[in-house]
Design a protein around this ligand. Structure first.
Ligand code: PLP
Length: 432
């Protein structure tokens, strides 16, 4: 039996930067990439990763980084956890693909049953599996309209729900995601995130723009991710639930970034004791294999055969990875996420006082932590300085750097990351 908490390969320290960054092989590779790959990908910095192990990423020049980004909160069990790799290998050797939309592939239903067990919905649920977060969002948009017979949807400013047409139309974080793509999907109303948004719905949208009875669903991230790791006011989600109940509107809980144990509970919404009607999961659900899920209360699943499906969605290998991931998170990593989150939060909070010129806020729950700076230039500079010192972090929103490592981060790794992050912030502050 392998140890649940992986140790980095002991022969070399982490981080261990052995070339300038980017190194010579990285520069040569980036030249090829910049010739053949779409320029639309928003690359954060010039790293060419080739190997991962736990929370360690090695680049093409042999530089070793401590990974506090986890592939945008995807590598929930670290890079290549042996239990996940073994589950993938066994499933790949047994049945690689067999059209889960057309046949009763067993692992598909096993994942659905597990999601029913851990979903924050007390009654029975049924699940649709897809490949990406955006596809789960699309499925929820379709089901919400189908099940309610209503058209309109609400989403929040600052929200990120994906890049396909429907999901992009719900997204309200940056105008560049919409630029040149109009017309977007109609019938979507954006309001401010938090209690101000509920006031806006009650006082302006419902009485003046469109009656509440014509709204199918409200899409919400219980903690905004790409919007800047924003934790809402304590009464926001309970108020939102009451608003939905009052008007027969479905509450869709987008836990694509905040779920799968990252905040120390399976789902972030559980910190507020609120139950959604539809739950969306992706990113960390299968430790890096493409899988997403839309879990809905069973009575909402009124759509008939053929109303929705996917060729690759819920493919057996991703499902096997998800089952192994759920086991690991439940056994140990979810508890660890809470402990390491507290360690990181208490280590990061003093930065606000120590560097009051540039650090505005430190916030988050578990291993979903945001450090807000005075400007996007500072946030980007801190991200780059961390990279140069061997720590991978990613910006979120305009002015925030997010800290979202794998849930099996050890105490020592957390301490190392904290030290490097603090030194990077001090270096940027000293530059004036
Ligand atoms: C909250 C949230 N919803 C949806 C998505 C879209 O997921 P994907 O990129 O897998 O389509 C993301 C991705 O960052 C997300 O953070």
């Amino acid at each position: 039996m392998t140890s649940l908490v992986q140790q980095p390969v002991p022969s070399r320290p982490v981080p261990d930067i052995v070339t300038e960054l980017p190194g010579p092989r990285a520069r040569a590779h980036i030249e090829i990439d910049e010739t053949y790959v779409t320029p639309s990908l928003p690359r954060a910095y010039r790293i060419v990763p080739v190997r991962g192990d736990g929370v360690v990423v090695e680049d093409i020049d042999g530089n070793r980084f401590l990974d506090f980004a986890a592939g945008i909160a995807v590598n929930s069990t670290g890079h290549s956890h042996p239990d996940v790799v073994a589950a993938i290998a066994e499933q790949a050797a047994t049945l690689l693909h067999c059209a889960s939309s057309d046949y009763y592939v067993p692992v598909y239903a096993e994942v659905a049953r597990e999601l029913d067990r851990i979903a924050p919905i007390s009654g029975p649920t049924r699940t649709f599996l897809a490949n990406s977060g955006a596809e789960a969002v699309e499925a929820a948009m379709k089901l919400a309209r189908y099940a309610t017979g209503r058209q309109n949807l609400v989403a929040f400013l600052g929200a990120f729900h994906g890049r396909t047409y429907g999901a992009m139309s719900l997204t309200g974080s940056k105008a560049k995601y919409h630029a040149h793509y109009a017309p977007l999907v109609p019938g979507i109303y954006h309001v401010p995130y938090g209690n101000a948004g509920i006031d806006e719905l009650e006082q302006r949208v419902f009485p003046r723009l469109a009656p509440a009875e014509e709204f199918a669903a409200i899409f919400v991230e219980p903690i905004q991710g790409e919007g800047g790791y924003v934790v809402p006011e304590p009464d926001f989600l309970p108020r939102l639930r009451r608003l939905c109940d009052k008007h027969g509107i479905l509450l869709v809980d987008d836990e694509i970034q905040s779920g799968m144990g990252r905040t120390g509970r399976w789902w972030a919404i559980q910190h507020w004791g609120v139950e959604p009607d539809i739950l969306l999961s992706a990113k960390g659900i299968a430790s890096g294999l493409p899988l997403s899920a839309m879990v809905a209360r069973s009575e909402l699943m009124t759509w008939p055969a053929g109303a929705h499906g996917s060729t690759f969605g819920g493919n057996p290998v991703s499902c096997a990875a998800a089952l192994a991931t759920i086991k690991l998170i439940e056994r140990e990593f979810m508890r660890n996420a809470e402990a390491r989150g507290n360690q990181l939060l208490s280590g990061l909070r003093p930065l606000v006082r120590r560097h009051e010129r540039i650090v505005r806020d430190v916030r988050g729950i578990g291993l979903m932590i945001g450090v807000e700076f005075d400007s996007s230039a500072t946030a980007n500079a801190v991200q780059e300085e961390c990279f140069q010192r061997g720590l991978l972090v990613l910006t979120a929103g305009e002015t925030v750097v997010r800290v979202s490592p794998a849930l099996n981060l050890t105490e020592d790794e957390a301490a190392t990351g904290l030290r490097i992050f603090s030194e990077a912030v001090a270096a940027i502050d000293a530059r004036g």
